[in-house]
Design a protein around this ligand. Structure first.
Ligand code: IMP
Ligand code: MG
Length: 329
C-alpha cells in the first residue's frame, strides 16, 4: 500500500501510518521524501515529530527503511534513531542523497526560495545537486555504513513473500513539483507514482493507494489557498494550527471537494482516510465506532465519498495512535 497526502501536506499521515502499523501489524514501512516534512505521532502521551524515521516505528516488529529517492539529513536522522530506539531495525539505501549544511544555508538565503517560504532545511538545493550529479550520497558517509541496505531489493522481496508493506509518502499532492501550485511547491513530485519510484517498486506491485484528507485544509509558506480563512475565523472554527516541523503558523481553509477529486485522480486512490474529524465535530472526539459519530459528521463523510467516488475507510477522531474509526472490518 502507498499512503499519500491530498492537499498541501500536514493531513495527518503520521497518525494514519502509525495506526496501520499497530493495527495491521505492518512488516515493512519505507519513508520517502525528506526532512522538510514532519510526521506527527502521539504515543502514550508523548509527541514525536518525525522528519526521517518512518512513522511505523510504533510497531516494534516493523522493519523501517528509507528509500533511494529520499534525502538524508545526517544529524536529524541520528537524533531520531536515538529517540525512537530503532537502531537495530532501520536501513537506508546507499543511493539516497545527503543534505549538507551548505544546502540549508542556500535555502535560507536565496531570495527566490525565501519568497516561496521554504522550510529552510536545504532540501531543494540538495536536490539541485543530485540533478547536477555532484551530490554526496549515503554510501559516501562513514556514519551511515551500519545502516546500508539495498532497499528496493528488500522491499520487492517482502512484497513477493506476501508481507504487509507500506510506502509512506510525504507532503501532499498540491505541493508536487509537477502537479501542484507551481512555483509554490516543493522540489519533488509527491504523488503515489513518485513514491513508488523513490522506493524502487513498480506500479503493478501496488494493491492500494490510501489518500489522506484532513477535515479542513492547511498550508504553510506562500502560494494560493482557495477559500482561505482569516486567522480569527480559523481560530473560531478551531482549525488554526502551527507547523510540526518549523513551528510556523499554518494558513487554513475549509475542505475543498474539487481539489479532493483531483488528488483522487492523480494518485489513483483506491481508499481514503479522513483525519481530525473531531475538530469539526467535537462530540466525535475519541470515537472508535462509526455509530458513535453524530449525524452531521456522518453526512460530511458521505459527501466526501459521493463527490470523490472513494470510500473513507479510516477516520481520525483524536491525536492518539488508536483514536480511529476503522470501517474496513
Ligand atoms: P521546501 O520543501 O522546504 O522547499 O518548501 C517549499 C514549500 O513546500 C513551502 O511552502 C513549504 O512550506 C512547503 N512544504 C514542504 N514540506 C512540507 C510539509 O511537509 N508540510 C507542509 N508544507 C511543506
Ligand atoms: Mg507535517
Amino acid at each position: 500500500m502507498v499512503i499519500v497526502g491530498a492537499f498541501w501536506g500536514d493531513e495527518g499521515k503520521g497518525k494514519i501510518v502509525s495506526y496501520l502499523a499497530k493495527h495491521d501489524r505492518l512488516d515493512v514501512c519505507v519513508r520517502t521524501g525528506s526532512v522538510n516534512a514532519a510526521h506527527t505521532v502521539w504515543l502514550k502521551g508523548r509527541r514525536y515529530a518525525l522528519h526521517m524515521v518512518p512513522a511505523a516505528f510504533v510497531h516494534e516488529k516493523c522493519r523501517l527503511l528509507v528509500g533511494a529517492g529520499a534525502n538524508i539529513q545526517l544529524s536529524q536522522f541520528m537524533k531520531e534513531v536515538e529517540e525512537t530506539n530503532v537502531r537495530d531495525r532501520i536501513g537506508v539505501d546507499p543511493q539516497a542523497s545527503i543534505i549538507e549544511e551548505k544546502h540549508s544555508i542556500q535555502d535560507k538565503t536565496k531570495a527566490h526560495l525565501k519568497g516561496l517560504g521554504t522550510t529552510g532545511w536545504g532540501v531543494g538545493p540538495a536536490i539541485e545537486e543530485r540533478v547536477a550529479r555532484t551530490a554526496k550520497i549515503v554510501r559516501d558517509v562513514a556514519k551511515l555504513q551500519p545502516y546500508l541496505v539495498d532497499v528496493s531489493r528488500e522491499v520487492n522481496d517482502a512484497i513477493d513473500k506476501d508481507k504487509n508493506v507500506l510506502l509512506e509518502g510525504t507532503q501532499g499532492l498540491l505541493l508536487s513539483l509537477f502537479h501542484g501550485s507551481y512555483p509554490y511547491v516543493t522540489g519533488r513530485d509527491t504523488s503515489a507514482s513518485a513514491v513508488c519510484s523513490e522506493v524502487g517498486v513498480g506500479p503493478t506491485k501496488i494493491d492500494d493507494v490510501l489518500l489522506v484528507f484532513k477535515s479542513f485544509i492547511t498550508r504553510v509558506g506562500t502560494g494560493p489557498l482557495p477559500g482561505e480563512l482569516t486567522m480569527e475565523e480559523a481560530k473560531k472554527r478551531r482549525c488554526f494550527e502551527t507547523a510540526a516541523g518549523t513551528g510556523r503558523e499554518r494558513r487554513s481553509a475549509p475542505f475543498n471537494f474539487k481539489l479532493a477529486k483531483k488528488a483522487v485522480m492523480i494518485n489513483g486512490a483506491t481508499q481514503a482516510a479522513l483525519t481530525k474529524l473531531d475538530i469539526l465535530f467535537p462530540q466525535c472526539r475519541g470515537a472508535r465506532d462509526y455509530d458513535r459519530l453524530q449525524e452531521d459528521a456522518k453526512r460530511f463523510v458521505a459527501k466526501i465519498e459521493e463527490m470523490t467516488g472513494v470510500a473513507v475507510v479510516l477516520i481520525g477522531t483524536g491525536p492518539e495512535v488508536l483514536d480511529v474509526v476503522d470501517r474496513r472490518r
